[in-house]
Write a protein that binds this ligand. Sequence first.
Ligand SMILES: Cc1ncc(COP(=O)(O)O)c(C=O)c1O
Length: 391
Amino acid sequence: MTSSAIREILKITQRPEVISFAGGLPAPELFPLAEIREATEKVYADHGPAALQYSTTEGHLPLRTWIADRGGLAPDQVQITSGSQQGLDLLGRVLIDPGDVMLVESPTYLGALQAFAPYRPRFVEVITDDDGVVPEALEDQLRTTPAKLIYLVPTFQNPTGRTLSVERRRQLLEITKRHGVTILEDGPYNELRFRGERVPTLFELALADGTPVDDLNVIMLGTFSKVLAPGLRDAWVQGPRPVIDKLVMAKQAADLHSPTLNQLIVTELLDDVLPRQIKIISAEYGKRAAVMINSIAENFPPGVACTDPDGGMFCWVQLPTDAGIDTEPMLAAAVDRNVAYVPGRPFFASGIGHNTMRLSYVTSTEQEIRAGIEALGAVIEDQLVGRAQLR
Ligand SMILES: Cc1ncc(COP(=O)(O)O)c(C=O)c1O
């Protein structure tokens, strides 16, 4: 195990004068505080001590039923977890044998690499472009390297903000099915779209041809972290019963069950507060994203590329590969100018990506975003000039 680079960086960026694009936290001023307080009181009134009692490992049945109904599943095809982070860990525990090949996007969610690593898979990166995983590259890879699992964040990916196109989703389903690969689809940002049309999940597409849930080669992780509040630690895994049955056993061994009180609170919020929150959060994130993307266009030197996400929380910056800049040491120069980001390298299973960085646009005001991007543009400019002089 290695300590998370992100957490280490967050420690130095706690200073109030630093404008931090480094975090992966949702905007706290948008949390539905009053609604959660009200729901908590209702839960105590309605459930009494049962709200504080041990409960079932699978999770609160009305919550599982709501999730199941939305997805065309039965409640016993849903396991509640303490954050999707626990879902990733439990899936690793249940599905990965040491040496199994696990395909991951290049780059991918760092927390997933950390969750799976203790189970000792062999990570193999799949080539991606602006539309996500490149199907032809996946096919080529599977011909030479058979894999058991592929982990994907297909919608508003962390760290790049990219979304896998519908055509590619269909192709990926076909290819993985043919090669006997199970897809782990992680979708924490699915609902946070601020532009364009909704894209069906891989799970939905796989079900659409009439395949029963228990025969799917897709397991999906969902969470309330980004649409309600991450501190509730309420999330779920949905998929075929044989996998869910194993997850129940793994979950029981890990922590018996997720907090009863929090599951009851979330259940109270599902019908009214959740859809309202999704609208509020998506609209606000959309505004902040636009400010960041426009500021980048105005302030970053030519040759620096940035994704332009349609939703989620992140954009991804690539400095010119031939400039030889490493964003890890550059972070010190950025923090000197009171701006911070996450260097991109830890998001690559293979350790490449020294010229990349992840920026979050959601926890800064529009004014801070403008000032921070201007400062970061100057830092990059300095580095480019410094490098050119060394040549
Ligand atoms: C892709 C991805 N998966 C999982 C998680 C973990 O979310 P949760 O709060 O549900 O554990 C995150 C959090 O940032 C994430 O970006």
